[in-house]
Design a protein around this ligand. Structure first.
Ligand code: IPM
Ligand code: MN
Length: 355
């Protein structure tokens, strides 16, 4: 069996962490009866530099022709500090999400025992946290009408949702809840926004079909607080695009490092797997980036796209072993640390030893 993987390392630390994840997948190829063929493509700032576009046609084609996509990171400070830039790396990511119909972004948030001390939050508050955020990814304010007036004295962004957009991700979230603790929290701002009122209406309606699932509702400002004070109360969080963007970065703090969180973006066709940490430009080329979130994203791909639960679990266990053995990068232990490559090699070897 051969699976075709589109590999999009992207910008900043993306290529460095991707390199380590591919090493791990090469070992899986070697040890199982499945083989992976990797085809690399440009995206983001690096694609603008070469092709003049952040999501070029050749990348589109590669993604469409693949069984899954592994994505590193996108973004470059030279665009962040230029509000007048006509073209931006992030546009490539948004276009890709829309083009591939990746409407649900699945972001699991789990604490690792070996990392409890690394979190800025108290151990007894975070220990045992295990929830997953279903973030809508192709609608809302990210994709609504927007504009800036010619005199640059006013600008607008529109948040809009259709019932269909809300329904399809809600069903995914309810199905996931059935496999877990059967609790869903819809995070919205229904005391102010009409789009949020529509979300509530539809989620209430859909919940009748999943009578085993307990549904609760939280305004996003309150949710931002509860995620930090009571993270153990959550099981599945369902939310719209921008609220999901913000609360998942917030939630990553619970685990002790942003460098630990993988994610999956799923839709009707091919799925995409990426770490949530972003391009971390300050660390680029220094060999200090944490490769674990990227490696865990590859594990998530094996599980969700290829039904390779055993191999996926071996990778997850190897990452946990690296944490237990304190074989970690600087973000986790800034006295005793190893390079991106050393951590990647350690995990690869551990994976190999478990077959
Ligand atoms: C993310 C990122 C993106 C987003 C940016 C880079 C456009 O922050 O994947 O969370 O806001 O969706
Ligand atoms: Mn984000």
């Amino acid at each position: 069996m051969i699976y075709k993987i589109a590999v999009l390392p992207g910008d900043g630390i993306g290529p460095e962490v991707m390199f380590e994840a591919l090493k791990v997948l090469d070992i899986i190829s070697e040890k199982s009866d499945v083989n992976f063929s990797f085809t690399k493509s440009l995206i983001g700032s690096s694609a603008i530099d070469v092709e003049g576009h952040p999501f070029p046609d050749s990348t589109k084609k590669n993604c469409e022709d693949s069984d899954a996509i592994l994505f590193g990171a996108i973004g470059d400070p030279k665009y962040d500090n230029n509000p007048k830039a006509k073209i931006r790396p992030e546009d490539g990511l948004l276009e890709m999400r829309k083009f591939l119909g990746l409407y649900a972004n699945v972001r699991p948030v789990k604490t690792y025992d070996a990392l409890l001390e690394a979190s800025p939050l108290k151990k007894d508050i975070i220990s045992g946290t295990d929830f997953v955020v279903y973030r809508e990814l192709t609608g809302g304010i990210y994709f609504g009408n927007k504009g800036i007036s010619q005199d640059r004295k006013s600008a607008f962004d529109t948040c809009s949702y259709t019932s269909k957009e809300i329904e399809r991700i809600s069903h995914l979230a309810f199905k996931e809840a059935l496999k877990r603790k059967k609790q869903i929290t819809l995070v919205d701002k229904a005391n102010v926004l009409d789009t949020s009122r529509l979300w509530r209406e539809i989620v209430q309606e859909i919940s009748n079909k999943y009578s085993d699932v307990k549904v609760s509702y939280l305004f996003v400002d309150n949710a931002a607080m509860k995620i930090i004070t009571n993270p153990k109360d959550f099981d599945v969080i369902l939310t719209e695009n921008m609220f999901g963007d913000i609360i998942t970065d917030e939630a990553s703090v619970i685990t002790g490092s942003l460098g630990m969180l993988p994610s999956a973006s799923v839709g009707d066709k091919v799925s995409l797997y990426e770490p949530i940490h972003g391009s971390y430009p300050e660390a680029t080329g220094k060999g200090i980036a944490n490769p674990m979130a990227m490696i865990l994203s590859a594990a998530l791909m094996l599980d969700l796209s290829f039904n390779m639960k055993k191999e996926s679990d071996i990778i997850i266990k190897s990452v946990e072993d690296a944490l237990k053995n304190e074989f970690v990068t600087q973000d986790i232990n800034n006295k005793n640390f190893y390079s991106t490559q050393e951590v990647g090699n350690w995990i690869s070897k551990r994976v190999k030893d478990q077959f």
